[in-house]
Design a protein around this ligand. Structure first.
Ligand code: SIN
Length: 274
């Protein structure tokens, strides 16, 4: 059903997460898009309920924000390569149950993602989101001084390498060389400083061994793990979550198996972190 006028923004915490009402993702006016952009920057992840839109409308809504990426390793919808399908069944558990931002192994990691609930288990399967800027703000000044200026090496092989044959791995490593990103990055639109490491993709910190790097990476992850900088989303079929991948991390809970869970994601191309 088309809606007009102001969107209704209902924040979930003081840091992160807002439910958006009075919106039809298939029919967003230019004015509503501007309101959504402001809410997205303010609340970092937006949630929408009861959006009974087609796959094409999901992709079209993503394109309103910029170009969409095609993931080289994840399962895609055969008819729509821009749609990543994360599908867990009784035969095979498949859930992103590690804290991460998407595709930080790219030279230009994604700006954001728009995820739809397709098949939702009766119990569990929530997604948690963390505000990496609030996590940074809560670090001691001493720790901030220690990590400001460090650069981390991000490598896809940590998560996707085991799926590839040795030949394919070598080919993909040439195509997607490791990326060097600041450990503390600056959000390009809000100017906020934030933690930009994750255990899923960071192999080490430049100039340190992995053993030397891990205590720092773990300390930063503990800041992200603080429930006080997080929000949690209970999915329903045709719910959507739209996160700013530049300043958040997320974790899909692994508490629904062997029930089926399927979500579908479009991913917005981003720029180089600084
Ligand atoms: C993702 O990591 O992009 C998917 C999160 C989820 O399955 O809830």
């Amino acid at each position: 059903m088309a809606t007009t006028g102001s969107i209704d923004v209902r924040p979930l915490t003081v840091n992160i997460g807002a439910e958006i009402h009075n919106i039809d993702l298939a029919d967003v006016s230019a004015d509503q898009l501007e309101q959504l952009r402001k809410a997205w920057l303010d609340w970092k992840v937006l949630f929408f309920r009861d959006q009974h839109i087609t796959t094409e409308e999901h992709i079209a809504f993503g394109r309103r924000w910029g170009d969409l990426e095609v993931h080289p390793f994840a399962n895609s919808d055969p008819d729509h390569p821009e749609i990543v399908l994360i599908h867990s069944t009784a035969e095979k558990l498949y859930a992103a149950h590690r804290w991460h931002s998407d595709v930080t192994w790219r030279q230009e990691p994604s700006m954001g993602s728009i995820l739809r609930g397709v098949i939702i288990p009766p119990l569990g399967g929530d997604t948690l989101f963390a505000d990496a800027a609030a996590a940074y703000d809560r670090l001691d000044d001493e720790v901030k001084a220690q990590v400001d200026g460090l650069v981390a090496v991000h490598d896809f092989t940590h998560t996707f390498g085991s799926r590839l044959s040795p030949e394919k791995l070598a080919e993909k490593q040439a195509e997607y060389p490791v990326a060097h990103h600041p450990v503390i990055r600056t959000h390009p639109e809000t100017g906020a400083k934030l933690i930009y490491t994750n255990r899923a993709f960071v192999s080490h910190i430049d100039g340190m061994t992995r053993e030397e790097s891990l205590p720092i990476i773990d300390q930063l992850e503990r800041a992200v793990l603080d429930p006080s900088v997080q929000c949690r989303f209970r999915w329903e079929v045709d719910s959507f979550a739209m996160w700013d991948n530049r300043c958040t991390q997320h974790f899909a809970t692994n508490d629904f198996f062997p029930n089926e869970r399927k979500v579908a994601r479009v991913t917005l191309i981003g720029d180089r972190p600084y």
